[in-house]
Design a protein around this ligand. Structure first.
Ligand SMILES: *[C@@H]1O[C@H](CO)[C@@H](O)[C@H](O)[C@H]1NC(C)=O
Ligand SMILES: *[C@@H]1O[C@H](CO)[C@@H](O)[C@H](O)[C@H]1NC(C)=O
Ligand SMILES: *[C@@H]1O[C@H](CO)[C@@H](O)[C@H](O)[C@H]1NC(C)=O
Length: 448
């Protein structure tokens, strides 16, 4: 072996041992959860879980990451995971939002997946931190019975673990489950378990080892309209001529218990009481203020029974489909409107432009399985860049319309599992050559 090769091998060995020590250092961060309180809100079909964790570093080295564990089925339905560090008590409490990322580390026992919270101040040996976590699950209530008649109430199953799934030892923990009404058919008991009014309390449980899992099943009434948009395409077309045209194509389904038997409009319209309690007659769309030329149409044509209310802050469009929507029924429709471009288009410091609009679905209390937001830039726009505060898939397309010479760039943003928490501003920046502004009126002149 020549000297050079030997030196290289030595180098490599050193590098590998360094790598191993870094890796073992990362996994040697030892934490325990001193106290965990979990509040599961089942009052809607969108499940919100508020988790308060008091975390302690019981290892020797500083810890900068805290892992949250989720079962494989939870991960599939997770729409949002947010975390903040809190300090102080009651009114003086302060919140510092923390980064949370889906973890690359291999799955744990029973396919457990992780999300990692990055602490802004690493925890030294013996220190504790209080973290507040919010996670949101969609499509996690199973209607049972799966089919109900027009006059029946909707009952659903919720599955979870009485004991928090965690990679850490948990010294003490309690879980509270809130149901929409006092009608609870059954719930699994994991002593101590108590039920009072619309709340079921699991725990306190002491000293649970990592990955302890105690399956529970709660069977309860939930007559919320299970409004799920299987696909929503929102096209936002920017024209420097003063208008922003928005076209939204919805395919909506009532994802609750399937409707059984014949639908009786007479029963639905005349009888009091329980008729069609889980169905929906109206949908509420929250649109920007100053909307104009609002329309709502389905496969048959324009529907004029919608009502629009506007004020300085928002517009509300109450839409009434041609028939009420029962479990399993679908409705496809289009909402269109225009807004003044100056409300949403701004000049950036570098001379370019940017659109600042709301992401998400304008319909209240709705889950979107697949959301496509398409921003159609004016002809001649270049270097588009989207800024969204949560992960989305991005791609570019080209759209040609009647008057276009070179086609228009379309920024396509795709998000799965969108919930109302995603209705927040996003931006699309682009640069623009004003010469193209002349193209449209010239074309107009020649084509008349
Ligand atoms: C997890 O796996 C263990 C054995 O590998 C099993 O005993 C346990 O029941 C599983 N838990 C769940 C919730 O599936
Ligand atoms: C529906 O109304 C919109 C706006 O008022 C209009 O542009 C469109 O042509 C109408 N569509 C039909 C099918 O009547
Ligand atoms: C976008 O609009 C929201 C309000 O609608 C505003 O709070 C935010 O600062 C705007 N963002 C940018 C980058 O202009």
């Amino acid at each position: 072996m020549d000297a050079l090769l030997r030196a290289r091998l030595l180098h490599l060995a050193l590098f590998i041992s360094l790598l191993l020590s870094v890796l073992s250092h990362a996994s040697s961060q030892e934490l325990q959860i001193v106290n965990a309180e979990r509040r599961i809100d089942l009052t809607s079909h969108i499940i919100k879980v508020y988790l308060t964790l008091k975390v302690e570093n019981i290892g020797a080295s500083p810890a900068s990451e805290v892992n949250l564990a989720f079962s494989p089925s939870e991960v599939e339905h997770l729409a949002v995971v947010k975390a903040a560090a809190t300090t102080g008590k009651k009114k003086k409490r302060t919140y510092v939002p923390l980064d949370v990322k889906s973890s690359e580390q291999p799955a744990g026992p029973n396919g457990t997946k992780y999300f990692t919270i990055i602490l802004s101040n690493p925890l030294s040996k013996g220190e504790t931190a209080t973290l507040e976590v919010l996670y949101i699950l969609t499509r996690s209530l199973e209607p049972f019975p799966a089919e109900i008649s027009q006059s029946e109430s909707q009952l659903v199953y919720y599955r979870d673990s009485a004991i928090l799934l965690s990679p850490y030892h948990v010294k003490q923990q309690t879980t509270f489950i809130k149901t929409p009404s006092t009608r609870v058919e059954s719930f699994t008991v994991v002593e101590p378990t108590k039920r009072a009014s619309t709340e079921i309390k699991y725990g306190p449980y002491d000293n649970q080892t990592p990955y302890t899992y105690a399956p529970i099943l709660v069977h309860f009434e939930n007559n919320n309209p299970f409004a799920v948009v299987e696909e929503l395409e929102r096209e936002i077309e920017i024209s420097h001529w003063g208008n922003l045209q928005v076209t939204e194509r919805y395919s909506l389904v009532h994802a609750g218990a399937r409707h059984k038997g014949v639908f009786s409009r007479v029963d639905y319209q005349t009888k009091q009481g329980n008729i069609g309690v889980s169905s929906f007659k109206h949908l509420l769309a929250r649109l920007p203020p100053r909307v104009h030329s609002v329309y709502y149409r389905d496969g048959i044509g324009n529907i004029s029974s919608s009502r629009l209310r506007t004020d300085f802050l928002k517009s509300e469009l109450l839409i009434e489909p041609r028939y009420p929507l029962f479990g399993g029924w679908k409705s496809t429709f289009v909402i269109g409107y225009g807004v003044p471009v100056e409300d949403f288009l701004f000049e950036s410091p570098d001379g370019g432009r940017y659109l600042n609009f709301t992401f998400g679905c304008p319909l209240a209390d709705t889950v979107v399985d697949k959301l496509l937001v398409k921003v159609v830039l004016p002809e001649g726009s270049k270097d588009p860049k989207a800024v969204v505060s949560f992960p989305v898939e991005q791609r570019l397309e080209t759209k040609y319309s009647y008057l276009d010479v070179v086609g228009r760039t379309v920024v396509v943003l795709e998000k799965r599992n969108a919930v109302p928490e995603h209705n927040i501003p996003f931006q699309v920046h682009y640069s623009f050559n004003p010469i193209f502004m002349l193209a449209e009126p010239l074309m107009l002149k020649f084509s008349t």
